[in-house]
Design a protein around this ligand. Sequence first.
Ligand code: CUA
Length: 347
Amino acid sequence: MHGIRQGARHTLAAFTAVVAAVLLGASPAGAQPSWVGEPASIQARLQSDLFWLTLVLAAVVFILVESLIVYSALRFRRRAPLPSIEPPQVHGNTRLEVMWAIVPAFILIGLFAVSARTMTALQEAPPNAMRIGVTARQFQFDFTYLDRGGVRSSGELRLPVNQPVIFEITSVDVIHSFWIPELQGKLDAIPGRVNKLVVTPDVVRSYRGVCAELCGAGHANMLFRVEVVNEADFNQWLEQTRSGAAAAAAAAPSAEGGQQVFTAKGCGACHVAPGVPGAVGQVGPSLAGVAERAGTRKPGTSAEDYLRESLRQPNAFVVPGFSAAMPTLELTDSEVQSLIAFLQTLR
Ligand code: CUA
């Protein structure tokens, strides 16, 4: 009898130790385990704090309840030989029942209050917040610095540290989802709608942004780089991008200009282009040596005319074995000329 009770106590102690070890290993105070992205914005920290508060409360309740179940099962299990007299039978305990209704109710009300406060804080945008338009399309994100002269960037997002930003997120085709895990929760990009997300990054670092909504064959390559930099670097980059765009618009069509357009429009998410970093997409046909094939794809069409048609009306002719997945791009005549020149250099 004594031995059994001792055994039960040992089991209970071991169980508690294992649960405690798992929890403590997962959440040392202040430090994040490696499987959770290190929060790097005011908003991500608010979300992280709420997550850990909820986890710790849930863990305390879980350990308490599970311990009592295991203890009771071992302590009061049927033993042989059966006792000759029936043990006292209990029917209800008002004080205990009131307590286990009221205590969880208070915990939930408290969690609700903290959650509501966090949700409000997440949407607060200071008046000096910088607006950045985010336009998602298959398969790239385009960024427009709305109150910095409309400077545009594709596939790369630069943010000044400690500057509140409002992302105004929309889509031109299907539903995508804008997500930079260390900076904020994900938010859908929906055609015909603008969703707003406030982020105040406070750590200078590089991050990876992704599309978090299955949006078609190129979804996996719908990635972008995020660089949180100090204000001087940000302004310098803004100026460079602005003058670079102006120079590109004024320049005569050229193969080099075509490569820049190719990169800026995210063509590499769907096409292989030898020599272009990251151009490894498998959604559309490879563009290696396209110049040799272009003149023979459609009888009576020259290579240049074929490439022009492919850029202007992408799905007028679809290469056998591929689907009509290419979006119609916004391209100036000069950009089309440059792209044709560039594509013909690919071997
Ligand atoms: Cu866009 Cu997935």
